[in-house]
Design a binder for this molecule. Structure first.
Ligand code: ADP
Ligand code: MG
Length: 189
C-alpha cells in the first residue's frame, strides 16, 4: 500500500474509536509514558497539542507541569516546512490555527527555532503519528514536518498511538525518521 492509501485507511480506523475509549486509552498511554525513568529525568517535554481523533496529550502536559518541567509545543506555519516551537505555561488559552491545529494565543513574541529551544539527549519529544510498524517507522500526515525536525534532535523520540494504528510495514523512505519508542494503550507493546 502507498503512504496516501495507508493514511486514509488508518485515519478512518482511528475515527471509529468512541470518545470514551479514546479517553481511556489516552489515559493509559499517559500513565505508561509518565512512569518512564526518562520522563522523570527529562528537563524539557516537547508535546504537540492534540486535535481530532489523536491520542489526547493534555494529561501528559499536566504531569510535566506538576513535575516542574519545561513544556514546549510545535507551531505550524503555513509558508514554511520547518516547525517552530513555543514554551508554554500551565494555563494558556488556545485557538485553531492552520489545518485546525490548536495554537496558543499571543505566541507571536515567543516563537523559537529548534536550535533556540536547545533540547538535549535528556529530553523527550512526543511524536504524533498516523501509523507505525514494529520497526518503529512512522507515517505522519504527509508534510514531513516531524522528519525535518527530528533529523537534528538527540532527545528521546516517543511516538504515541492507539494499537489499531499499527500496520505490517510502513513504506519507508530515506528521509523518514525512526522513532526511539512507541507507546500504545497496550502495556506489552
Ligand atoms: P510524513 O512523514 O508526514 O508522513 P513524508 O515522509 O511522506 O510525510 O514526507 C512528506 C514530504 O516531506 C516528502 O516529499 C519529503 O520529501 C519531504 N521531507 C521529509 N523529510 C524531509 C527532510 N528531512 N528534508 C527535506 N524534505 C523532507
Ligand atoms: Mg515521513
Amino acid at each position: 500500500m502507498t503512504k496516501p492509501q495507508l493514511r486514509t485507511q488508518i485515519l478512518s480506523r482511528r475515527e471509529a474509536l468512541s470518545p470514551e475509549v479514546r479517553a481511556e486509552y489516552s489515559h493509559k498511554i499517559t500513565q505508561t509514558l509518565t512512569s518512564l525513568p526518562q520522563f522523570l529525568t527529562a528537563e524539557t517535554i516537547h508535546c504537540y497539542l492534540s486535535f481530532g481523533t489523536e491520542v489526547d496529550t493534555s494529561e501528559i502536559r499536566l504531569a510535566a507541569f506538576a513535575a516542574g518541567k519545561r513544556v514546549a509545543i510545535p507551531i505550524l506555519e503555513k509558508n514554511t516546512p520547518i516547525l517552530k516551537h513555543c514554551i508554554i505555561q500551565e494555563h494558556f488559552e488556545f485557538t485553531n490555527g492552520h489545518w485546525n491545529v490548536p495554537v496558543p494565543t499571543g505566541i507571536e513574541v515567543g516563537l523559537l527555532s529548534a536550535e533556540e529551544l536547545a533540547m538535549t539527549e535528556k529530553d523527550i519529544i512526543i511524536v504524533p503519528l498516523v501509523a507505525f510498524d514494529k520497526e518503529k517507522h512512522r507515517l505522519g500526515y504527509g508534510k514531513g514536518f516531524y522528519d525535518r525536525f527530528l533529523q537534528h534532535e538527540k532527545a528521546l523520540k516517543i511516538g504515541i498511538a492507539f494499537s489499531l494504528q499499527e500496520v505490517g510495514q510502513i513504506p519507508f523512505e530515506s528521509h523518514d525518521e525512526v522513532l526511539s519508542m512507541i507507546i500504545t494503550e497496550n502495556p506489552q507493546y
